[in-house]
Design a protein around this ligand. Structure first.
Ligand code: NAD
Ligand code: G6P
Ligand code: MN
Length: 443
Protein backbone atom coordinates (compact mmCIF):
# COMPACT_ATOMS: atom_id res chain seq x y z
CA UNK A 1 0.00 0.00 0.00
CA UNK A 2 1.33 3.43 -0.95
CA UNK A 3 2.20 5.65 2.00
CA UNK A 4 1.50 9.37 1.69
CA UNK A 5 3.42 12.53 2.43
CA UNK A 6 1.38 15.38 3.88
CA UNK A 7 2.18 18.99 4.67
CA UNK A 8 0.04 20.85 7.19
CA UNK A 9 0.11 24.53 6.28
CA UNK A 10 -0.58 26.62 9.26
CA UNK A 11 1.52 24.22 11.35
CA UNK A 12 1.09 26.65 14.24
CA UNK A 13 -2.73 26.40 14.14
CA UNK A 14 -4.66 25.54 17.28
CA UNK A 15 -6.22 22.74 15.23
CA UNK A 16 -2.90 21.15 14.22
CA UNK A 17 -2.39 18.83 17.24
CA UNK A 18 -5.97 17.50 16.99
CA UNK A 19 -5.46 16.86 13.28
CA UNK A 20 -2.13 15.12 13.82
CA UNK A 21 -3.73 12.89 16.47
CA UNK A 22 -6.60 12.22 14.06
CA UNK A 23 -4.20 11.29 11.24
CA UNK A 24 -2.30 8.95 13.59
CA UNK A 25 -5.62 7.37 14.56
CA UNK A 26 -6.47 6.66 10.93
CA UNK A 27 -3.19 5.23 9.62
CA UNK A 28 -4.90 1.95 8.71
CA UNK A 29 -7.20 3.86 6.35
CA UNK A 30 -4.71 6.45 5.20
CA UNK A 31 -1.08 5.37 5.62
CA UNK A 32 1.43 8.17 6.02
CA UNK A 33 5.20 8.10 5.56
CA UNK A 34 5.90 11.79 6.22
CA UNK A 35 4.23 14.68 8.03
CA UNK A 36 5.59 18.17 7.45
CA UNK A 37 4.55 21.40 9.13
CA UNK A 38 4.77 24.70 7.29
CA UNK A 39 4.06 28.13 8.75
CA UNK A 40 5.39 31.64 8.23
CA UNK A 41 5.55 32.21 11.98
CA UNK A 42 8.54 30.20 13.20
CA UNK A 43 8.09 30.85 16.89
CA UNK A 44 4.40 29.93 16.95
CA UNK A 45 4.85 26.79 14.85
CA UNK A 46 7.84 25.59 16.88
CA UNK A 47 5.76 25.22 20.03
CA UNK A 48 3.23 23.00 18.29
CA UNK A 49 5.87 21.14 16.29
CA UNK A 50 8.06 20.22 19.28
CA UNK A 51 5.09 18.56 20.98
CA UNK A 52 3.80 16.91 17.81
CA UNK A 53 7.24 15.49 17.07
CA UNK A 54 7.12 13.74 20.46
CA UNK A 55 3.58 12.51 19.79
CA UNK A 56 4.56 11.12 16.38
CA UNK A 57 7.66 9.44 17.84
CA UNK A 58 5.57 7.81 20.54
CA UNK A 59 2.76 6.62 18.29
CA UNK A 60 4.32 6.01 14.86
CA UNK A 61 8.12 6.31 14.96
CA UNK A 62 8.38 5.22 11.32
CA UNK A 63 6.80 8.49 10.14
CA UNK A 64 9.31 11.17 9.15
CA UNK A 65 8.47 14.45 10.87
CA UNK A 66 9.64 17.80 9.50
CA UNK A 67 8.82 21.33 10.65
CA UNK A 68 9.96 24.26 8.55
CA UNK A 69 9.29 27.82 7.44
CA UNK A 70 11.08 27.20 4.14
CA UNK A 71 8.52 26.75 1.34
CA UNK A 72 10.81 24.60 -0.79
CA UNK A 73 11.52 22.18 2.04
CA UNK A 74 7.86 22.12 3.06
CA UNK A 75 6.27 21.61 -0.36
CA UNK A 76 8.76 19.24 -1.99
CA UNK A 77 7.78 15.53 -2.18
CA UNK A 78 4.17 16.09 -1.06
CA UNK A 79 0.93 14.29 -1.97
CA UNK A 80 -1.48 16.44 0.03
CA UNK A 81 -1.46 19.94 1.47
CA UNK A 82 -3.86 20.32 4.39
CA UNK A 83 -4.27 24.08 4.67
CA UNK A 84 -5.65 25.95 7.66
CA UNK A 85 -3.91 29.31 7.87
CA UNK A 86 -5.15 32.45 9.60
CA UNK A 87 -3.48 35.49 8.06
CA UNK A 88 -3.20 38.11 10.81
CA UNK A 89 -3.75 35.62 13.64
CA UNK A 90 -6.33 36.12 16.41
CA UNK A 91 -5.17 39.69 16.92
CA UNK A 92 -6.75 40.58 13.56
CA UNK A 93 -9.81 38.37 14.13
CA UNK A 94 -10.41 40.44 17.25
CA UNK A 95 -10.36 43.63 15.15
CA UNK A 96 -12.69 42.06 12.54
CA UNK A 97 -15.16 41.40 15.32
CA UNK A 98 -14.82 44.62 17.30
CA UNK A 99 -14.69 47.28 14.58
CA UNK A 100 -18.17 46.57 13.15
CA UNK A 101 -19.58 46.38 16.69
CA UNK A 102 -18.54 50.00 17.21
CA UNK A 103 -21.18 50.80 14.58
CA UNK A 104 -23.79 48.44 16.00
CA UNK A 105 -23.03 45.85 13.32
CA UNK A 106 -22.14 42.27 14.20
CA UNK A 107 -18.50 41.36 13.71
CA UNK A 108 -17.87 37.74 12.80
CA UNK A 109 -15.00 35.59 11.58
CA UNK A 110 -16.59 34.68 8.23
CA UNK A 111 -19.84 36.68 7.88
CA UNK A 112 -20.46 40.37 7.17
CA UNK A 113 -17.73 43.01 7.44
CA UNK A 114 -15.49 40.82 9.63
CA UNK A 115 -15.55 38.00 7.08
CA UNK A 116 -14.90 40.47 4.26
CA UNK A 117 -11.89 41.91 6.10
CA UNK A 118 -10.55 38.42 6.79
CA UNK A 119 -11.14 37.47 3.15
CA UNK A 120 -9.02 40.41 2.00
CA UNK A 121 -6.18 39.02 4.18
CA UNK A 122 -6.63 35.33 3.36
CA UNK A 123 -6.75 35.43 -0.44
CA UNK A 124 -3.06 36.25 -0.87
CA UNK A 125 -1.96 33.73 1.75
CA UNK A 126 -3.88 30.84 0.21
CA UNK A 127 -2.81 31.70 -3.37
CA UNK A 128 0.79 31.69 -2.16
CA UNK A 129 0.36 28.16 -0.76
CA UNK A 130 -1.10 26.99 -4.09
CA UNK A 131 1.84 28.46 -5.95
CA UNK A 132 4.34 26.72 -3.66
CA UNK A 133 2.50 23.42 -4.09
CA UNK A 134 2.45 23.72 -7.87
CA UNK A 135 6.10 24.68 -8.01
CA UNK A 136 7.47 21.95 -5.75
CA UNK A 137 4.87 19.12 -5.98
CA UNK A 138 2.79 19.68 -9.11
CA UNK A 139 0.82 16.45 -8.68
CA UNK A 140 -0.32 17.25 -5.15
CA UNK A 141 -3.84 18.24 -4.02
CA UNK A 142 -4.64 20.97 -1.56
CA UNK A 143 -7.46 20.35 0.89
CA UNK A 144 -8.23 23.84 2.11
CA UNK A 145 -10.28 24.80 5.12
CA UNK A 146 -8.68 28.21 5.69
CA UNK A 147 -11.45 30.75 6.18
CA UNK A 148 -13.41 32.63 5.03
CA UNK A 149 -13.88 29.59 2.80
CA UNK A 150 -16.55 31.17 0.57
CA UNK A 151 -14.35 34.11 -0.40
CA UNK A 152 -11.17 32.02 -0.57
CA UNK A 153 -12.94 29.50 -2.84
CA UNK A 154 -14.16 32.25 -5.18
CA UNK A 155 -10.62 33.67 -5.30
CA UNK A 156 -9.12 30.31 -6.24
CA UNK A 157 -11.82 29.74 -8.89
CA UNK A 158 -11.17 33.11 -10.47
CA UNK A 159 -7.41 33.46 -10.01
CA UNK A 160 -6.16 29.83 -10.04
CA UNK A 161 -8.84 28.11 -12.17
CA UNK A 162 -6.83 24.98 -12.97
CA UNK A 163 -5.35 24.31 -9.56
CA UNK A 164 -6.00 21.12 -7.64
CA UNK A 165 -7.58 22.70 -4.60
CA UNK A 166 -10.73 21.55 -2.82
CA UNK A 167 -12.40 23.85 -0.31
CA UNK A 168 -14.24 22.27 2.57
CA UNK A 169 -16.05 23.30 5.76
CA UNK A 170 -16.72 21.32 8.90
CA UNK A 171 -19.95 23.03 9.95
CA UNK A 172 -22.29 20.72 8.00
CA UNK A 173 -20.38 17.71 9.34
CA UNK A 174 -20.79 19.01 12.89
CA UNK A 175 -24.51 19.70 12.42
CA UNK A 176 -25.12 16.33 10.76
CA UNK A 177 -23.47 14.62 13.73
CA UNK A 178 -25.98 16.44 15.94
CA UNK A 179 -28.92 15.58 13.67
CA UNK A 180 -27.98 11.89 13.74
CA UNK A 181 -27.66 11.96 17.51
CA UNK A 182 -30.97 13.80 17.92
CA UNK A 183 -32.86 10.94 16.27
CA UNK A 184 -30.96 8.12 17.93
CA UNK A 185 -28.44 7.19 15.22
CA UNK A 186 -24.85 6.56 16.18
CA UNK A 187 -23.14 8.67 13.52
CA UNK A 188 -23.58 11.08 10.61
CA UNK A 189 -22.27 8.26 8.43
CA UNK A 190 -25.74 6.72 8.75
CA UNK A 191 -27.40 9.59 6.91
CA UNK A 192 -27.33 10.70 3.27
CA UNK A 193 -28.17 14.31 2.54
CA UNK A 194 -29.19 16.74 -0.15
CA UNK A 195 -28.02 20.30 0.56
CA UNK A 196 -27.38 23.50 -1.31
CA UNK A 197 -26.07 26.96 -0.57
CA UNK A 198 -22.92 28.98 -0.31
CA UNK A 199 -20.38 28.26 2.42
CA UNK A 200 -21.84 29.15 5.85
CA UNK A 201 -25.07 29.95 3.98
CA UNK A 202 -27.02 26.81 3.12
CA UNK A 203 -29.93 24.43 3.69
CA UNK A 204 -30.61 20.71 3.88
CA UNK A 205 -33.55 19.64 1.71
CA UNK A 206 -33.55 15.89 2.15
CA UNK A 207 -32.06 13.53 4.73
CA UNK A 208 -32.37 9.76 4.54
CA UNK A 209 -30.93 6.70 6.18
CA UNK A 210 -28.78 4.42 4.06
CA UNK A 211 -31.87 2.39 3.10
CA UNK A 212 -33.58 5.48 1.73
CA UNK A 213 -36.10 6.09 4.53
CA UNK A 214 -36.99 9.77 4.95
CA UNK A 215 -35.56 11.13 8.21
CA UNK A 216 -36.60 14.76 7.65
CA UNK A 217 -39.85 14.61 9.68
CA UNK A 218 -38.09 13.32 12.79
CA UNK A 219 -35.19 15.78 12.52
CA UNK A 220 -37.56 18.68 11.83
CA UNK A 221 -39.61 17.79 14.90
CA UNK A 222 -36.43 18.04 16.97
CA UNK A 223 -35.21 21.28 15.38
CA UNK A 224 -38.65 22.88 15.75
CA UNK A 225 -38.40 22.36 19.52
CA UNK A 226 -34.66 22.51 20.26
CA UNK A 227 -32.79 23.78 17.21
CA UNK A 228 -29.61 21.72 17.04
CA UNK A 229 -29.30 21.59 20.83
CA UNK A 230 -29.19 18.06 22.16
CA UNK A 231 -30.85 16.78 25.28
CA UNK A 232 -27.57 15.17 26.19
CA UNK A 233 -24.44 16.88 24.83
CA UNK A 234 -22.17 14.77 22.60
CA UNK A 235 -18.40 14.72 22.28
CA UNK A 236 -18.09 16.76 19.14
CA UNK A 237 -14.84 18.36 20.20
CA UNK A 238 -14.89 21.38 17.89
CA UNK A 239 -18.12 23.11 19.03
CA UNK A 240 -18.45 22.87 22.79
CA UNK A 241 -18.20 26.40 24.22
CA UNK A 242 -21.26 28.13 25.67
CA UNK A 243 -21.40 30.46 22.67
CA UNK A 244 -21.76 27.45 20.38
CA UNK A 245 -24.60 26.11 22.56
CA UNK A 246 -26.36 29.43 22.05
CA UNK A 247 -25.84 29.08 18.29
CA UNK A 248 -27.29 25.58 18.24
CA UNK A 249 -30.42 26.63 20.09
CA UNK A 250 -30.82 29.69 17.83
CA UNK A 251 -31.28 27.30 14.87
CA UNK A 252 -34.87 26.88 16.05
CA UNK A 253 -35.56 30.47 14.99
CA UNK A 254 -33.82 29.92 11.65
CA UNK A 255 -35.91 26.84 10.96
CA UNK A 256 -39.12 28.75 11.66
CA UNK A 257 -38.42 31.08 8.72
CA UNK A 258 -38.50 28.17 6.27
CA UNK A 259 -39.87 24.91 7.68
CA UNK A 260 -39.38 23.14 4.33
CA UNK A 261 -35.62 22.99 4.83
CA UNK A 262 -33.11 22.68 7.67
CA UNK A 263 -30.73 25.64 8.07
CA UNK A 264 -26.98 26.02 8.51
CA UNK A 265 -26.30 27.68 11.88
CA UNK A 266 -24.42 30.60 10.26
CA UNK A 267 -27.69 31.93 8.85
CA UNK A 268 -28.30 33.44 12.31
CA UNK A 269 -26.01 36.33 11.37
CA UNK A 270 -28.13 37.10 8.31
CA UNK A 271 -31.64 36.45 9.68
CA UNK A 272 -31.20 37.97 13.16
CA UNK A 273 -28.17 40.29 13.06
CA UNK A 274 -29.63 42.62 15.72
CA UNK A 275 -30.07 39.71 18.15
CA UNK A 276 -26.41 38.86 17.71
CA UNK A 277 -25.37 42.46 18.35
CA UNK A 278 -27.53 42.57 21.48
CA UNK A 279 -25.97 39.32 22.67
CA UNK A 280 -22.38 40.42 21.93
CA UNK A 281 -19.98 42.04 24.39
CA UNK A 282 -18.01 44.63 22.38
CA UNK A 283 -15.14 44.32 24.87
CA UNK A 284 -14.97 40.52 24.76
CA UNK A 285 -15.79 38.77 21.50
CA UNK A 286 -15.33 35.22 20.21
CA UNK A 287 -11.64 35.94 19.43
CA UNK A 288 -11.08 36.74 23.11
CA UNK A 289 -12.94 33.59 24.10
CA UNK A 290 -10.79 31.47 21.76
CA UNK A 291 -7.51 33.11 22.85
CA UNK A 292 -8.37 32.49 26.51
CA UNK A 293 -9.70 29.01 25.78
CA UNK A 294 -8.55 26.88 22.86
CA UNK A 295 -5.36 28.79 22.05
CA UNK A 296 -4.18 28.92 25.65
CA UNK A 297 -4.97 25.27 26.26
CA UNK A 298 -3.30 24.00 23.08
CA UNK A 299 -0.12 26.03 23.50
CA UNK A 300 0.33 25.43 27.21
CA UNK A 301 -0.30 21.72 26.74
CA UNK A 302 2.19 21.54 23.85
CA UNK A 303 4.80 23.35 25.93
CA UNK A 304 4.17 20.95 28.81
CA UNK A 305 4.64 17.93 26.53
CA UNK A 306 7.90 19.36 25.24
CA UNK A 307 9.18 20.11 28.74
CA UNK A 308 8.33 16.62 29.98
CA UNK A 309 9.52 14.91 26.82
CA UNK A 310 6.39 12.77 26.65
CA UNK A 311 2.72 13.13 25.68
CA UNK A 312 1.65 10.60 28.30
CA UNK A 313 -1.49 11.82 30.07
CA UNK A 314 -2.03 14.69 27.62
CA UNK A 315 -5.32 16.58 27.53
CA UNK A 316 -4.92 17.17 23.76
CA UNK A 317 -7.73 15.31 22.04
CA UNK A 318 -8.03 13.49 18.74
CA UNK A 319 -10.12 15.72 16.53
CA UNK A 320 -12.17 12.73 15.39
CA UNK A 321 -14.77 14.98 13.78
CA UNK A 322 -12.01 16.16 11.42
CA UNK A 323 -11.78 12.65 9.98
CA UNK A 324 -13.75 14.07 7.04
CA UNK A 325 -10.36 15.38 5.92
CA UNK A 326 -9.06 11.81 5.79
CA UNK A 327 -12.22 10.75 3.94
CA UNK A 328 -11.51 13.46 1.37
CA UNK A 329 -7.84 12.54 1.00
CA UNK A 330 -8.79 8.86 0.69
CA UNK A 331 -11.41 9.65 -1.92
CA UNK A 332 -8.73 11.23 -4.09
CA UNK A 333 -5.99 8.74 -3.26
CA UNK A 334 -8.09 5.57 -3.65
CA UNK A 335 -10.89 6.77 -5.93
CA UNK A 336 -13.48 5.84 -3.28
CA UNK A 337 -16.33 7.91 -4.76
CA UNK A 338 -17.25 9.10 -1.29
CA UNK A 339 -20.23 11.45 -1.18
CA UNK A 340 -19.25 14.69 0.61
CA UNK A 341 -20.39 18.30 0.88
CA UNK A 342 -17.79 20.49 -0.82
CA UNK A 343 -17.45 24.06 -2.05
CA UNK A 344 -17.29 23.82 -5.85
CA UNK A 345 -18.12 25.86 -8.93
CA UNK A 346 -21.86 25.60 -9.49
CA UNK A 347 -21.89 24.72 -13.21
CA UNK A 348 -25.58 23.83 -13.04
CA UNK A 349 -25.68 21.89 -9.77
CA UNK A 350 -28.11 24.52 -8.47
CA UNK A 351 -30.02 24.82 -11.71
CA UNK A 352 -31.48 28.32 -11.41
CA UNK A 353 -28.34 29.96 -10.01
CA UNK A 354 -25.16 31.63 -11.30
CA UNK A 355 -23.04 28.95 -13.01
CA UNK A 356 -19.85 30.58 -11.80
CA UNK A 357 -20.83 30.80 -8.12
CA UNK A 358 -18.90 28.69 -5.65
CA UNK A 359 -21.69 26.66 -4.05
CA UNK A 360 -21.69 24.08 -1.29
CA UNK A 361 -23.35 20.89 -2.53
CA UNK A 362 -22.92 17.12 -2.22
CA UNK A 363 -20.24 15.81 -4.56
CA UNK A 364 -18.92 12.40 -5.51
CA UNK A 365 -15.17 12.48 -4.98
CA UNK A 366 -12.73 10.33 -6.90
CA UNK A 367 -9.16 10.57 -8.07
CA UNK A 368 -10.18 13.17 -10.66
CA UNK A 369 -11.60 15.41 -7.93
CA UNK A 370 -15.20 16.28 -7.00
CA UNK A 371 -18.21 15.83 -9.28
CA UNK A 372 -21.14 17.92 -8.01
CA UNK A 373 -24.56 16.27 -7.73
CA UNK A 374 -27.42 18.29 -9.21
CA UNK A 375 -29.67 19.74 -6.48
CA UNK A 376 -32.30 21.07 -8.88
CA UNK A 377 -34.07 24.41 -8.74
CA UNK A 378 -34.20 26.33 -5.49
CA UNK A 379 -37.06 28.44 -4.11
CA UNK A 380 -37.26 32.23 -4.47
CA UNK A 381 -36.45 32.89 -0.80
CA UNK A 382 -33.12 31.08 -0.82
CA UNK A 383 -32.33 32.21 -4.35
CA UNK A 384 -32.82 35.85 -3.38
CA UNK A 385 -30.60 35.53 -0.33
CA UNK A 386 -27.90 33.64 -2.22
CA UNK A 387 -27.86 36.07 -5.15
CA UNK A 388 -27.15 38.91 -2.75
CA UNK A 389 -24.53 37.01 -0.77
CA UNK A 390 -22.67 35.62 -3.78
CA UNK A 391 -22.46 39.13 -5.19
CA UNK A 392 -20.82 40.26 -1.93
CA UNK A 393 -18.27 37.45 -2.18
CA UNK A 394 -17.49 38.09 -5.85
CA UNK A 395 -17.14 41.83 -5.27
CA UNK A 396 -14.61 41.19 -2.50
CA UNK A 397 -12.47 39.06 -4.81
CA UNK A 398 -12.74 41.64 -7.59
CA UNK A 399 -11.80 44.37 -5.12
CA UNK A 400 -8.76 42.35 -4.02
CA UNK A 401 -7.63 41.59 -7.59
CA UNK A 402 -8.20 45.12 -8.92
CA UNK A 403 -7.28 47.05 -5.77
CA UNK A 404 -10.70 48.69 -5.92
CA UNK A 405 -11.96 50.70 -2.96
CA UNK A 406 -15.27 51.24 -4.76
CA UNK A 407 -15.96 47.52 -5.16
CA UNK A 408 -15.10 46.78 -1.56
CA UNK A 409 -17.43 49.53 -0.42
CA UNK A 410 -20.12 48.03 -2.66
CA UNK A 411 -19.48 44.58 -1.15
CA UNK A 412 -19.98 45.94 2.36
CA UNK A 413 -23.04 47.89 1.29
CA UNK A 414 -24.58 44.78 -0.25
CA UNK A 415 -24.01 42.61 2.81
CA UNK A 416 -27.35 41.98 4.54
CA UNK A 417 -25.63 42.54 7.86
CA UNK A 418 -24.70 46.17 7.13
CA UNK A 419 -27.59 48.66 7.40
CA UNK A 420 -26.57 51.25 4.78
CA UNK A 421 -23.83 52.61 2.52
CA UNK A 422 -22.68 55.26 5.01
CA UNK A 423 -22.10 52.77 7.80
CA UNK A 424 -20.47 50.48 5.23
CA UNK A 425 -18.00 53.22 4.37
CA UNK A 426 -17.24 54.07 8.00
CA UNK A 427 -16.52 50.44 8.82
CA UNK A 428 -14.46 50.05 5.65
CA UNK A 429 -12.27 53.04 6.45
CA UNK A 430 -11.57 51.69 9.94
CA UNK A 431 -10.78 48.26 8.52
CA UNK A 432 -8.38 49.70 5.94
CA UNK A 433 -6.53 51.52 8.70
CA UNK A 434 -5.79 48.35 10.69
CA UNK A 435 -5.24 46.04 7.68
CA UNK A 436 -2.52 48.07 5.93
CA UNK A 437 0.02 45.32 6.42
CA UNK A 438 -2.26 42.65 4.93
CA UNK A 439 -4.53 44.11 2.24
CA UNK A 440 -3.53 45.24 -1.23
CA UNK A 441 -3.60 49.02 -1.61
CA UNK A 442 -7.07 50.18 -2.63
CA UNK A 443 -7.55 53.02 -5.08
P1 NAD B 1 -4.41 29.92 14.27
O1 NAD B 1 -4.13 31.38 14.21
O2 NAD B 1 -4.23 29.21 15.54
O3 NAD B 1 -3.48 29.18 13.20
C1 NAD B 1 -3.25 29.65 11.93
C2 NAD B 1 -1.75 29.52 11.59
O4 NAD B 1 -1.58 29.97 10.25
C3 NAD B 1 -0.84 30.37 12.47
O5 NAD B 1 0.16 29.58 13.06
C4 NAD B 1 -0.24 31.38 11.49
O6 NAD B 1 1.08 31.75 11.79
C5 NAD B 1 -0.34 30.63 10.19
N1 NAD B 1 -0.29 31.50 9.02
C6 NAD B 1 -0.87 32.70 8.84
N2 NAD B 1 -0.61 33.17 7.62
C7 NAD B 1 0.17 32.26 7.00
C8 NAD B 1 0.76 32.19 5.72
N3 NAD B 1 0.58 33.16 4.82
N4 NAD B 1 1.49 31.10 5.42
C9 NAD B 1 1.66 30.12 6.31
N5 NAD B 1 1.11 30.12 7.54
C10 NAD B 1 0.37 31.18 7.88
O7 NAD B 1 -5.89 29.73 13.72
P2 NAD B 1 -6.96 28.58 13.99
O8 NAD B 1 -8.03 29.09 14.84
O9 NAD B 1 -6.29 27.34 14.40
O10 NAD B 1 -7.61 28.41 12.56
C11 NAD B 1 -6.87 28.10 11.41
C12 NAD B 1 -7.74 28.26 10.19
O11 NAD B 1 -8.65 27.19 10.07
C13 NAD B 1 -8.61 29.52 10.20
O12 NAD B 1 -8.66 30.06 8.90
C14 NAD B 1 -9.95 29.00 10.60
O13 NAD B 1 -10.99 29.86 10.22
C15 NAD B 1 -9.95 27.72 9.83
N6 NAD B 1 -10.97 26.74 10.17
C16 NAD B 1 -11.86 26.42 9.20
C17 NAD B 1 -12.84 25.50 9.41
C18 NAD B 1 -13.81 25.23 8.29
O14 NAD B 1 -14.93 24.85 8.52
N7 NAD B 1 -13.46 25.48 7.03
C19 NAD B 1 -12.93 24.86 10.64
C20 NAD B 1 -12.00 25.19 11.64
C21 NAD B 1 -11.03 26.13 11.39
C1 G6P C 1 -17.05 26.20 12.48
C2 G6P C 1 -16.93 26.72 11.09
C3 G6P C 1 -15.52 27.14 10.82
C4 G6P C 1 -15.07 28.14 11.83
C5 G6P C 1 -15.22 27.60 13.21
C6 G6P C 1 -14.98 28.75 14.17
O1 G6P C 1 -16.42 24.98 12.61
O2 G6P C 1 -17.31 25.79 10.13
O3 G6P C 1 -15.47 27.65 9.54
O4 G6P C 1 -13.72 28.49 11.63
O5 G6P C 1 -16.51 27.13 13.42
O6 G6P C 1 -14.77 28.28 15.40
P1 G6P C 1 -14.15 29.15 16.57
O7 G6P C 1 -14.19 28.16 17.67
O8 G6P C 1 -12.75 29.53 16.14
O9 G6P C 1 -15.03 30.32 16.75
MN1 MN D 1 -16.65 26.54 8.08
Amino acid sequence: MKKFSVVIAGGGSTFTPGIVLMLLNNLDKFPIRQIKFYDNNAERQQQIADACEIIVKEQAPEIVFVSTTDPQEAFTDIDFVMAHIRVGLYAMREKDEKIPLKYGVIGQETCGPGGIAYGMRSIGGVLELIDYMEKYSPNAWMLNYSNPAAIVAEATRKLRPNSKIINICDMPVGIEERMANAIGLSSRKEIVVRYYGLNHFGWWTDIRDTEGNDLMPKIKAHVKEHGYSLLEEIEESQHTDASWMHTFSKAKELYAVDPDTLPNTYLKYYFYPQDEVAHANPEYTRANEVMAGREKHVFSECNRITAEGTAKGTTLEVDEHASYIVDLARAIAYNTHERMLLIVENQGAVVNFDETAMVEVPCIVGSNGPEPIVQGKIPRFQKGLMEQQVAVEKLVVEAWAEGSYQKLWQALTLSRIVPNARVAREILDDLIEVNKEFWPTLN
